[in-house]
Structures are given as C-alpha cells and as structure tokens.
Write a protein that binds this ligand. Sequence first.
Ligand SMILES: O=P(O)(O)OC[C@H]1O[C@H](OP(=O)(O)OP(=O)(O)O)[C@H](O)[C@@H]1O
Ligand SMILES: NC(=O)CC[C@H](N)C(=O)O
Ligand SMILES: [Mg+2]
Length: 504
Amino acid sequence: MCGIVGIVSQSAVNQPIYNALTLLQHRGQDAAGIITIDDENRFRLRKSNGLVNDVFRQEHMLRLQGNAGVGHVRYPTAGSSSVSEAQPFYVNSPYGLTLVHNGNLTNSEELKEKLFNLARRHVNTNSDSEILLNILAYHLDKTEHPHLSAKDIFDAIKATHRDIEGGYACIAMIIGQGMVAFRDPHGIRPLVLGKRVDENGFTEYMFASESVALDIVGFEMVRDVLPGEAIYVTFDGQLFAQQCANNPILSPCIFEYVYFARPDSYIDGVSVYAARVHMGERLGEKIAREWQDLDIDVVIPIPETSNDIALRIAHCLNKPYRQGFVKNRYVGRTFIMPGQTQRVSAVRHKLNTISSEFKDKNVLLVDDSIVRGTTSKQIVDMARAAGAKKIYFASAAPEIRYPNVYGIDMPTKNELIAHGRTVEEIAELIGVDKLIFQDLEALTSAIQQENQAIKFFDCSVFTGEYVTGTVSESYLNNIALQRSDAAKRKREKDATNLEIHNER
Ligand SMILES: O=P(O)(O)OC[C@H]1O[C@H](OP(=O)(O)OP(=O)(O)O)[C@H](O)[C@@H]1O
Ligand SMILES: NC(=O)CC[C@H](N)C(=O)O
Ligand SMILES: [Mg+2]
C-alpha cells in the first residue's frame, strides 16, 4: 500500500506535503518522494529509499520550491525496491506531467507493449506506475490546444480508465495547467479531497490517501473522491469534478479497514476506528458463543493495529484487558517490510513481553489478521517463554487464503499460512491451544454498520474473487513466479539504481 498526497496552494507546499507524508508513513516505508513546480515552471524532485524523515534533508526541502506539489510513500508491489522505481515519476511530454499512484495494475505487460506500438513510448523501469503515467500522457497528448480545458483532462482520464485494469488512486500534476486526482472504477484504494481558505480568501485544495493527513496539515475534509471520478483543480484554484468511468461500483479494499489505514482516518464514510471496534464486538460474540467452556484469564492485543479490537473483545467477554506486549516505537510495521528475513527479525525487535501478564495465565491473544504467520508464530513462543499456561488466539479477519493484486504485496498463495489449511492445522503451526477467525459476513457488516451505502468490498484475499473481473489464473501464476519472496530476494540483489545522478 502506498500513501499519496497533493496540494494546490498560494504558498510553499514543501513543508505541508512533508508533514502529510509523515502521517501516511504507515502505508509505505520503503521510499519517499516529493515533486513541486517552481515559479519558472520547472519540476523540482527529490525521491530516495528510506523513511520520510531520512529522505528529505534541509537542502532538499529548500530546493522543493513552489506552491503546488505531490508526494508519495512507497510499499512496492511491482518491480523492485530500487530508488529508480520510487515515486513521483515524471515525463516531459506533453506539458510536463508527473504522477503518484497507490495500487497495482494487472495488465502492465500489455500496456507496455501498447505504449511502444501506438506511441513509441519507452518505459524505463519495471514499475506499473511509470506505465500508468505514460498511458495518461499518451491520452493527454491527443488534445490539440496548448491550454487544457477540464473537458480535455476528463477525456484523457476516461480513455485511461478504458485502458488500465487493477487498483489505482492517483494524483497527477500538469505544468502550466493544474492537478487532477482520480480513483479506479471500484474505488479499491482510498482518496479524499480537503480544502482550506487562506488569509486572502483563496481556496486551497489537498488530496490524500487518508483523511488523517488533511487533519494535521490544517485542511478540512470535503469528501471522498468517488470511484471512477476525476477531480481537477487548476493552479488558479478552480475545481471541476466529473464521473469518468462507465460503471462505477464502490467496492473498497476490505483490508484497509482491517489493517492498513490509521484508526483516526475516515474512508468512504467509515471511521476506521469504529469499524475496528465493531470487528471486536462481533468476534467477541463469536468467542462467547463458540468457546463457552474456555477458561480465559486475560485478553492481550498484539500491538498495534489490534489494540482497539482486543479492548472490545475483553469488554464483550467481561475479562481483563492487559497490554502484555510492549512495542518498540522505533521499529516500523513488519508486514510491509520487503523480505521475510527482515520481517522475522523485526517482530522480535519490535515486541517484548511483560512477563507478569502471562505467568501462569490462560491468555487470549488478539490480532487484526494472520497473513504469513510471521507475527503470530513468534508472539506465541514469546508468550510461552513468559510463562503462559494456555494460549488462545483470535483473528479479527477471516483466513487469508488468496493473493492480493490491487496494491498489497501478497502475490503468492503458498506464502499465506491459511492457504490450503484448516483452522486446526493453522493452530498447530503457530503453536496455540485454540484458534478462532472472524466470519467474512461479520467482518463486512462491522464496516457497513458505519456506512450502509457500501454494498460491496474487494474481499479477494478471503474468497479468491477479484472485483475487477479481469484477473486470470495465468496472471496469478506469473506474479507468483516474479514476486515470491525467493524471486524478490534475487531481484533485490540485482536491482540497479538507474538514476546514478540522483544518488545523494
Ligand atoms: O501474519 P503476518 O504475516 O505476520 O501479518 C499480520 C501481522 O502484520 C501486521 O502487523 P504490523 O507489525 O505490520 O503492524 P502494526 O504494528 O500496525 O500491527 C498485522 O497487524 C498483523 O499483526
Ligand atoms: N502499494 C502500492 O500502492 C504500490 C504502488 C506501485 N504499484 C509501486 O509498486 O510502486
Ligand atoms: Mg500487527
């Protein structure tokens, strides 16, 4: 998952974009980038591997001049972690165009060919986002007048929707024209619009993956960008919005609510925090129903995403809630780290037990999800070492058995601990006495409780059904080969920085 942000203002945007990216850091820890347009209509770009804090030093911030800009934090789902594939990307023609993308395209190979055959456009990296940018450029190039109208922009986005498949929330910036944000026809990835009025009465606009970024930078939430919709803001502050897809159907990624988003964000009218509390309520009810005879002494969350869920479960079961694990605040999220070796060692560095909370107790450990089982296996060992008698485990998401192709790096079913296994087999593998998963219907209704208007979700990781309807078995086999942990290890070794000039 990546985080994206864009601001059109009358004053410098470097610091607000930087601040917003730090708020979106939980969506991508591999690389970060900002591009602005200075007062001579030149792009100013800084991107590199690392956390926001590490990528932008004072000299970079000083160079990122201008009143409009976009930013990105990356969690790769295509290509490698190489800095050459960090975002934003830009192309010189037409106009000077730059783009940031959250999501993943599922027809990149065909698009790459199309770009060459129809437009002699060369894509230099293995990033699907660079392809997306070139498709948009190709369609914008068809307009004949030097100044783009809102209609020209929307026509180009319509044509882009027709070409590309997959999940995408994007913000593009066109030199001399404006900024346009758009979301795929299913609204798989989130994107919100915010505004604020400056001291001269000028309305400034901001787009971001999550509303939390607006809050902190001082913009007020206006609304979500709708699935299939494009919102165009000119650099003199006029806003235009239009539906650009033929059959938009809101079907957001359910995993945003389970794990990805921050609890203080609102996505498609849903408070992520409230949705997680409802998940806890439903799972608590299931535990009370199905595990009547269990002797649970204490409920313990596996920090940090499951904290709100576990608290609610404890309340439902009328059992004490205890923070039995202490999180090292200097270690990031482990699930979105690029390799398994790194993920395994990070869990141990990240969490440590308070042994008095485990000693001689029957503990119910709660997590939002079990994906590869990296976290749960180690946590269970730690709980046993701290003296727990019996260990029960509850997951607020159902069994994750299928790959994700829309922006979460879960490309191979064989790396998923629940793939092809029963609950009992998973329990044995992670070493718990008993294991329980949320039912899918309970999970969807927990989210819908906050917004009944959402009728569908992308639940492909649980069901193997992909909302775009375009994901073939051969595509899945192909990404399994290209993006398995073993393949990635090899590629990362060979990953070359194609932008030597940008090394420092
Ligand atoms: O089964 P796994 O492959 O280990 O994946 C699932 C775990 O990874 C995530 O935690 P993460 O450490 O990324 O972030 P958090 O601190 O927000 O919970 C998630 O919350 C689970 O704890
Ligand atoms: N997680 C994402 O949104 C990834 C965006 C894009 N596919 C990349 O790999 O850079
Ligand atoms: Mg976690």
